[in-house]
Design a protein around this ligand. Structure first.
Ligand code: ADP
Ligand code: MG
Length: 653
């Protein structure tokens, strides 16, 4: 059987509604050919039973052969030219062989069942594809652009440029990642953030492509071109996942080749040996054809990919994108989950709570102004908090030069020719540390993250930044504990703050004050104990650890581009509870794959033995072979159902 893969293609967002667009039954050519073959078979059978002249039903049956067999036959011949033996071809050869010994009714039945199960498979694949692509049908194709003269015209979203001004009417989907420059409305961002409640948007707020405008009208200025938008990045990830194959599948395909060749050799033996022993050509050929059909590994080939693709689609619908079938397969073997703190367990939109000056020459406002100027280019969640606080106080930020980020430590830059740094107290010299020890300890005791502002390496102030836990963090940790055992917390932040937070969510294994390499070492240490690690992180400082872990999972909303690229899977809506759920779903997928392989092997074993040592009627062989193929195919598709996800969330199994 042809291995179902999701052909990489661009989404065509014909309609912008999240519910999945379903491929209709007869939209698939495979379905139409199978229907034609079935109809020809039935008419042929009627003619045969009614006693019509033999040539008439032979013609009908041969037409049935052509309708149902031309496509797999042609594909099989093409594969043969590339020196691979396609099982489909063997089926067609078997049917032709059956006709050759006068068993054309059996042969035509084989073609019909074969074409029908092929069509069902194609339909299943298309439906799986639909549900993956349903994720992408979010952004509209056109937008209303307002020209400098105030004229409105409709333009393709692909042609939008940064800086274009768009008008978003009530109930419309927003066409681009943009900033609101006029009007006000509430926007439903569930597709991107998972937040069920609409968010109020007024001038200065950010809006995202694919989110749904409420009752107001907005004027927005485009910030990102269509291909760079958040939904487009998600789409790119899905496309990437589409063209991949799981390890089990690659293994099966390798074995399949040898198996098929061996099968052809045995088929010849099954034909020749009885012939030499004096059997009739008729009987020997029939037995050989039956053998070829029942020994074909169609069900084995179908055992792996449909369940994995169904699981990828289901998880994708619920906000976790596995970037490949390999990842979906590996998630199930994870036995330890590691969480980063800031931006992962916490919301990553921290607030500046306090400013302590430690140098009388600097007022609170001056400290904040310098800190915000230096933080401005940084993508770190703490940086965003500092910049937001400065904006809220209407501080004018000076321009900076020579900005450098020190991942896991902080940032620095030149302001008016002097080096200003913002970062962790741990990066200070002993003398500097002494100056800030008081306020730092105070802030930490209250659960704040303390960040020191320095000028020319001397501390001038300490900022207390509070970060809120994600609402679902505790539930997610509990669910992870049920599925894989209790998780580990890795953070670059100080031990006191980390311990406090760990206690709140129920984590006991905390490793704090880690630089990016420290996180890598921590992951390696866990792996050295024999654990297979899934690491969940958001920042650039997590990227090396994500790459080191067996499965790296990035937070999609908060995550930096580098992190999204490094990760194997992305939590699109930043809902942490999807992490244990997708691990549970992957384990279930593995069980389904094993069940499928068992079903396939059992059917093949029984039918082959029956044919070799007894007399297996050809139609029964065909029915058993195709039946097991269909059972295996449908079994995999169960993972596409909503219930499969719910069960993974609820029971962790
Ligand atoms: P986590 O591992 O919890 O996500 P990070 O490794 O990103 O935290 O950061 C570790 C520490 O480094 C922070 O707690 C902070 O003290 C400091 N730090 C890193 N980047 C910055 C920045 N841009 N501004 C201020 N402090 C920073
Ligand atoms: Mg982080």
């Amino acid at each position: 059987m042809a291995t179902p893969t999701l052909a990489p293609q661009r989404a065509t967002p014909a309609e912008v509604r999240v519910p999945v667009r379903r491929t209709r039954l007869f939209a698939l050519p495979e379905m139409r050919w199978a229907a034609a073959a079935s109809a020809l078979f039935l008419v042929g059978l009627a003619a045969q039973l009614a006693g019509a002249p033999a040539w008439s039903w032979w013609v009908l049956y041969l037409a049935c052969y052509a309708a149902g067999g031309w496509e797999p036959g042609l594909a099989g011949l093409q594969a043969l030219r590339e020196k691979t033996l396609d099982v489909d071809l063997l089926m067609v050869v078997a049917a032709i062989g059956a006709a050759g010994i006068g068993q054309i009714t059996d042969g035509a039945l084989l073609i019909v069942i074969f074409a029908t199960s092929g069509a069902l498979e194609a339909l299943a694949t298309a439906r799986t594809e639909d549900s993956v692509r349903g994720l992408l049908d979010l952004a509209p194709e056109t937008a209303t652009r307002v020209g400098s003269d105030g004229d409105e015209d409709t333009v393709a979203v692909a042609d939008l440029e940064v800086g274009d001004v768009l008008l978003v009417r009530p109930g419309e989907r927003i066409a681009a990642d943009a900033t609101v420059i006029g009007g006000g409305s509430e926007v439903d961002q569930a597709t991107i953030t998972g937040e069920p409640l609409p968010v109020d948007k007024t001038t200065g707020d950010e809006v995202f492509a694919g989110t749904l405008n409420g009752t107001g009208t907005l004027r927005i200025r485009v910030d990102r071109r269509a291909q760079d938008s958040v939904v487009a990045r998600i789409a790119a990830l899905v496309d990437q996942a589409a063209g991949t194959k799981a390890r089990t599948q690659l293994f099966i395909e390798k074995v399949e080749q040898r198996y098929s060749l061996g099968m052809v050799a045995v088929t010849i033996a099954v034909f020749v040996i009885p012939l030499l022993a004096g059997d009739s050509v008729q009987r020997a050929l029939l037995r050989a054809m039956t053998f070829m059909i029942v020994a074909s590994p169609c069900a084995v080939v179908l055992a792996t990919m449909p369940p994995l693709l169904a699981a990828i689609a289901n998880a994708g619908r619920h906000g976790v994108l596995a970037k490949s079938a390999v990842v979906m397969e590996q998630l199930g073997s994870v036995d330890r989950v590691v969480f980063d703190k800031t931006g992962t367990l916490t919301r990553g939109t921290p607030e500046l709570a306090e400013i302590h000056s430690v140098e009388t020459a600097f007022t609170d406002a001056e400290i904040l102004r310098l800190a915000a100027a230096v933080e401005h280019p940084s993508e770190h969640p703490l940086a965003a908090a500092v910049v937001r606080a400065a904006r809220a106080r209407d501080l004018e930020l000076p321009a900076v030069d020579e900005f450098t980020a020190h991942p896991g430590k902080g940032v620095s830059a030149l302001v008016h020719g002097q080096r200003v740094g913002v970062g962790s107290p741990a990066s200070l010299t002993a003398a500097g540390l002494e100056v800030v020890a008081g306020p730092v300890a105070q802030l930490r005791a209250r659960g704040y993250t303390a960040v020191v502002v320095t000028r020319d390496s001397r501390p001038i102030g300490v900022l207390g930044i509070s970060d809120q836990l994600r609402a679902e963090a505790e539930a997610a940790v509990a669910a992870v504990a049920r599925v894989t055992g209790s998780p580990v917390l890795l953070t670059g932040d100080n031990a006191a703050t980390a311990e406090r937070l760990a206690q709140q969510v129920g984590i006991t294994d905390v490793r704090a004050e880690l630089l990016p390499e420290g996180k890598v070492e921590a992951v390696r240490a866990l792996q050295a104990d024999g654990a297979r690690i899934a690491m969940v992180g958001d920042g650039i400082n997590d990227a090396p650890a994500l790459a080191t872990s067996d499965v790296g999972i990035a937070m999609g909303g908060a995550g930096s581009d580098l992190t999204l690229q490094t990760a194997d899977a992305v939590v699109v809506r930043d809902d942490l509870t999807t992490v244990p759920a997708v691990i549970a779903l992957s384990r279930r997928t593995r069980r389904v794959v094993i069940a499928n392989l068992t079903i396939a092997a059992t059917f093949i074993g029984i039918l082959v033995l029956w044919d070799l040592f007894g007399t297996l009627p050809l139609p029964l062989g065909v029915a058993g072979h195709e039946g097991s193929t269909v059972i295996v195919g449908l079994n995999g598709l169960r993972l596409l159902r909503e219930a499969a996800w719910k069960r993974a969330v609820r029971t962790g199994r």
